[in-house]
Design a protein around this ligand. Structure first.
Ligand code: 649
Length: 591
């Protein structure tokens, strides 16, 4: 039986209540704690609602009936209970990766500083560090309460009152902004419901739908794309932790096989990893024939990767038609566009590279063109129902016509209210108006570049400096900061992304200035490269693809002393960056 549509409900809190009343025994979530099928933990809607109710009751017992509550539990079922419990208490959930390791701790502390939470719901293993955390927070800020759920946390006496309210805002999503300068996206209950509704409409109804996700539940795709969508749609979600996926990508496809999964999702790199790393023996244990929809988004979708994945897994029943390239961003809650349900193959276009660089999407007649003149772009499909997307010249703000490349602007109920406590930036980003038209709607400026062709959206690049690798958003400022610390004689640094020449993904390129003579540079070059690479790898978990070191003046700057990353990137690609003179053949450096 199709579960009753929850469309009349005003928040996901009400949707969960509805499910727990109508179908209390239906499976809501199955978590695979070790990433395999050995010890699955199942929660029904009844169980989830009971646990969420316990979280809400605990918060009320501590006087927490509103305000920000940071949710920093490990991926798993308690995380889901925490999320719904916080919203049910009338508080605002602020999902955040637990403070495990240097990078995550820095992020965690800057989120706490930015949102000034009334409480932090996190794992008891951090209990001993609270004092240390407090010392690193801004002195003036009020200290949050710390809540460490132990095993009996979820057992409430039968007669305890359970709050049920949904107060605005529902959630603050930190996905934009560098570590030192985080930006919290304020999402309302209406935003969360709208995103579920448009995704539901896009996906269509399917009897016996089962989802599977290993995505981190702290970001938009894992949170609004899988957990919330599953509760909204009333179908079970099989979850494993991102670590278990990264350790062995086979676990994802094995979970799909074992639990009769029909819908899943991942960034491009996940499809690459699977196609590369799953051997013949493992392949023989897979059955992907039930998969009907597999979303791929959050970084550029590569036609080659999609092809490799299809070829590798076709023998175990994978249907190429199930792949759904899609585009979205946390500022629009999540979903902006995706391959139309009715289409059975991915749409790609072969475009003239030179024209593309000049801002025009010009199809190439296939014969007679060499591969280097041609760029293949994958369509990100049609725009979400009731949403409006335009392509705008980022300088003149004039809307562009089909085939012209410009900034992607989005209007609709998915678009967030703004950034927390940043009125100016919010107005700039969320309140843009196109010039020279009668269109007076407010648009979100995505900072992404793309074009429309025959009603479909293609994403071709980024205006913003964000580096997206393996589905992760890296901020150039954070990377540059790590590089600067790697060596005392490095001064300006520019970090940016460039498409790899050997692999179907982007890689980080570092351009740095060395304070010293050519001879000193020649003597230290090896060590510099090694230290810079190590610093970025340790701090950010990505290895820079290429490094260019030159004399002062190599990194292009604005007059006000800001790094001009896009210009430096262009000079790097054109080969016009400054370099140290090569050492003379006799070993004495020239110049
Ligand atoms: C983008 C999220 C798009 C993101 C996903 C729909 C079980 C299984 C499946 C299921 C439910 C349960 O990256 C996701 C829509 C999922 C339906 C799942 O259904 N957000 S972000 O804020 O972290 O980053 C946004 C930026 O990432 C880049 C852009 O720069 C964007 O501004 N990006 C892309 N770049 C190129 N191509 C794309 N297709 C991109 N998508 C995002």
């Amino acid at each position: 039986m199709r579960p009753l549509p929850p469309s009349a409900r005003t928040s996901l809190v009400h949707v969960l209540e509805h499910r727990a009343t109508q179908t209390p025994d239906r499976l809501a979530f199955r978590f695979l704690p070790d990433g395999t099928g050995d010890h699955p933990v199942d929660w029904t809607y009844g169980e989830l609602a009971k646990r969420a109710g316990a979280v809400a009751a605990h918060l009320h017992a501590r006087g927490l009936t509103q305000g920000h509550i940071v949710l920093a539990l490990d991926p798993g079922l308690d995380y889901v209970a925490g999320l719904f419990g916080i919203m049910q208490a009338g508080c605002t959930a602020v999902p955040c990766f637990p403070p495990f390791g240097r990078r995550a701790t820095a992020r965690f502390l800057s989120v706490l500083d930015d949102c000034a939470p009334r409480a932090v719901l996190t794992d008891p293993r951090f209990a001993g560090q609270v004092e240390q955390f407090h010392q690193q927070l801004t002195p003036a800020a009020e200290r949050p309460q710390w809540i460490f759920p132990e095993a009996d946390f979820y057992q409430l006496p039968d007669d305890s009152p359970v709050p049920s309210r949904a107060v605005e805002p529902a959630l603050i999503q930190y996905s934009s902004g560098s570590t030192g300068d985080p930006k919290g996206i304020v999402l309302t209950h209406a935003n969360l419901l709208s995103n579920c509704r448009v995704l539901d409409a896009h996906m269509g109804y399917e009897e016996d739908r089962v989802g599977c996700s290993w995505l981190p539940p702290y970001h938009d795709m894992g949170l609004m794309g899988t957990i919330m969508l599953a509760v909204h749609g009333g179908w079970p979600l099989v979850m494993l932790s991102p670590i278990h996926f990264v350790q062995d990508p086979y676990r994802w496809l094995k979970a799909i096989t074992d639990h009769k999964v029909t819908i899943s999702v991942g960034p491009n790199f996940a499809f690459d990893l699977c196609a590369q790393s799953i051997g013949d023996e493992e392949l023989a244990t897979l059955d992907l024939s039930r998969l009907r929809q597999v979303f791929c988004g959050s970084e550029p979708v590569s036609g080659n990767t999609m092809e490799r994945f299809e070829e590798r897994f076709a023998p175990v029943g994978f249907d190429a038609g199930s792949l759904i390239p899609c585009f979205g961003l946390a500022e629009a809650t999540l979903f902006v566009s995706g391959k139309p349900e009715a289409a059975d193959t991915i749409r790609t276009e072969l475009l003239d590279k030179d024209a593309l660089e000049r801002g025009h999407a010009r199809r190439v007649p296939a014969p007679g063109t060499t591969a280097s003149d041609v760029v293949e772009v994958v369509s990100c499909g049609v725009v979400a129902e009731n949403h409006h997307v335009i392509i705008v010249d980022p300088h003149t703000l004039m809307p562009l016509t089909d085939g012209e490349i410009g900034e992607i602007w989005v209007h609709g109920a998915n678009v967030a209210a703004g950034y927390l406590s940043r009125p100016e930036l919010s107005a700039e980003t969320f309140g843009a108006r196109p010039a020279g038209t009668t269109d007076d709607r407010a648009y979100l400026r995505t900072g992404d570049l793309g074009f429309f062709l025959d009603g479909e959206l293609f994403v071709t690049g980024r205006l913003k400096d964000l580096i997206v690798i393996s589905g992760r958003n890296l901020h150039p400022q954070d990377i540059e900061h790590s590089v600067l610390r790697a060596h005392q004689d490095l001064r300006r640094i520019a970090a940016f992304a460039v498409r790899s020449e050997t692999r179907d993904e982007e890689e980080v390129v570092l351009v740095a200035e060395f304070r010293g003579t050519a001879a000193e540079f020649a003597a230290q070059e090896k060590e510099l490269l090694q230290r810079m690479t190590a610093a970025v790898t340790e701090d950010h978990g990505v290895r820079p693809g290429r490094v260019h070191i030159g004399p002062p003046g190599t990194v292009l700057m604005t007059t006000s002393g800001k790094v001009r990353r896009r210009d430096t990137r262009k000079a790097y690609l054109d080969g016009t960056l400054r370099t140290f003179p090569a050492p003379a053949p006799n070993g004495t450096p020239a110049g």
